[in-house]
Design a protein around this ligand. Structure first.
Ligand SMILES: Cc1cc2nc3c(=O)[nH]c(=O)nc-3n(C[C@H](O)[C@H](O)[C@H](O)COP(=O)(O)OP(=O)(O)OC[C@H]3O[C@@H](n4cnc5c(N)ncnc54)[C@H](O)[C@@H]3O)c2cc1C
Length: 373
């Protein structure tokens, strides 16, 4: 059977692409190497409000899989803190494994096929256009279009000679059955020794509490050790797990911004595979969902003769994260515990933090506040 679209990766980007393309009438096949989309996850699963507003699909998510969190509590290295809110802004903590499994069911309901435990290794141009994809089972798939949504170390990028991520943060997170903490906040900890180049975090999620740390990976130096027990010891009066961790989520987060070559005729990369992660917050779920959906719609428009090959034009609409790359560069150069201890209570720090966490919505509120006597 000739597929219209093969999507590699059943996570946020791939499932959004598959759903959009199937809803537009394409015959879609998703290949996923794991036994389920929600297995062995490497994400905290916090979803920003911009995504909830923008992606209509998220309105269908069963309420039991998400929990609203209204603010961020940002801690200086000496643990003084700043509470950040923006009017109407919130985050979703999610039961990420269950959410992804729900998404697979929702994508299958559109008519797309999702094949689990199926590893993509290579694709060859087919003589009449499109791609041939040999599977380990001996089956040879044929497709008119290919989307690589297979994460930070994309095999699709490698097979097609496209760019690959080279700059990373390394994150590790423990998932506890429960923990005592203020449940109204996403807790973020600045500490150069524990999290050089990034932060530590704690969140009371859905049916779990998550505590994590990430650090910058220096080229050629390996990812180094992350001392989660150091964070827990330091914050024991703020975050107290009530039982040993029941699982560990760990993974690499691309932080160099959008890659240079993310498409060639008949094929696109999207999500982490394209480097689509905010270098400032390391959040990638929103961009994965949004641009995954765009990629699925654009592939359908092309195959149905309504638009040119999206490889020619869609990457121009991908986010370049220029300002956020500058924030990351500054943070890496200037991360200094003494400076953050001094800066935490200042209007400038509040404004910068609101810009990072709440984007423009936060900065409008910050401007109002900074004008108040
Ligand atoms: C510790 C950690 C915490 C994070 N927390 C957050 C957060 O709270 N909020 C946020 O917005 N972002 C967060 N991120 C980033 C976010 O998880 C990613 O940006 C997001 O998951 C990207 O989605 P994706 O669909 O592009 O790729 P991925 O989620 O990486 O999914 C890729 C999929 O492709 C599959 N795959 C890979 N190779 C193959 C192959 N060869 N064949 C078949 N299948 C394959 C994988 O199994 C996987 O299912 C976090 C990242 C880490 C590491």
């Amino acid at each position: 059977m000739m597929w219209d679209l093969v999507v590699v990766g059943a996570s946020f980007a791939g499932l959004a692409a598959a759903r959009a393309a199937a809803l537009a009438g394409l015959r879609v096949l998703v290949l996923e190497k794991k036994q389920s989309a929600g297995a062995h996850l490497h994400t905290t699963g916090v979803i920003v409000k911009d995504a909830i507003d923008e992606i209509a699909w998220l309105q269908e998510v069963p309420p039991a899989l998400v929990r609203r969190i209204d603010g961020v509590r940002l801690y200086a290295p000496n643990l003084r803190h700043l509470d950040l809110h923006a009017p109407g802004y919130y985050f979703w903590a999610t039961d990420a494994p269950a959410l992804l499994d729900w998404m697979v069911g929702s994508v299958r309901a559109t008519g797309a096929e999702v094949r689990l435990e199926t590893l993509f290794t290579e694709a060859r141009p087919a003589p009449g256009g499109g791609w041939r994809i040999p599977l380990a089972s001996g089956e040879l798939l044929e497709t008119r279009y290919l989307i690589g949504a297979d994460g930070p170390f994309s095999r699709v990028a490698k097979a097609l000679g496209l760019s690959q991520n080279r700059e990373f943060l390394f994150g590790v997170e423990h998932e506890y059955p429960d923990a005592e903490m203020d449940r109204n906040f996403l807790h973020c900890f600045l500490d150069r020794e524990l999290a050089p180049g990034y932060i530590g975090w704690a969140v009371a999620g859905v049916g779990a509490a998550q505590v994590g740390l990430a650090r910058r990976v220096l080229p050629g130096a390996g990812h180094g050790r992350l001392r989660l027990e150091g964070l827990l010891a330091k914050t024991e009066h703020l975050v107290r797990p009530l039982a040993p961790p029941r699982s560990v989520r760990a993974g690499m987060i691309p932080c160099g911004g959008l890659l240079e070559r993310v498409a060639r005729p008949g094929a696109l990369l999207v999500g982490d595979a394209a480097g689509m992660v905010s270098p400032a917050t390391a959040g990638g779920i929103h961009t994965a969902l949004r641009h995954g959906q765009d990629a699925g719609e654009a592939a359908a428009a092309f195959l149905q003769g309504r638009a040119a090959d999206p490889a020619e034009w869609l990457p121009r609409q991908y986010p370049t994260f220029r300002a956020k790359r500058a924030v990351r560069w500054l943070y890496e150069k200037l991360q200094n515990d003494w400076v953050f201890n001094q800066l935490l209570g200042t209007a400038a720090m509040r404004r910068l933090a609101e810009e990072v966490y709440f984007h423009r919505k936060g900065s409008a509120e910050a401007q109002l506040r900074s004008r108040r006597p």
